[in-house]
Write a new protein. Sequence first.
Length: 88
Amino acid sequence: MRLALIPCLLLAGCAHKQAPPIEIKVPVPVPCVSADFPKPPTYPDTREALRQAPDQAEFVRLLAAGWPLREARLKALEAALEPCRKTP
């Protein structure tokens, strides 16, 4: 009877020690471009606007108005995406 009590006491002695906490690393997706990045502008040279241009001069004016907007947007997008390219 006494011999059966010894293993129980030994096991009970181990039970009071706390196991060290286990750290589990979980990848969390993070958007590369911030949520406050500006929406695209309203481009004047839409397909419909170009189709409805009354003459070639208006057609070219619409294209000339849309071009700088697209260049600025592309420049902003490239600048916003540059940090994403450097992330391993």
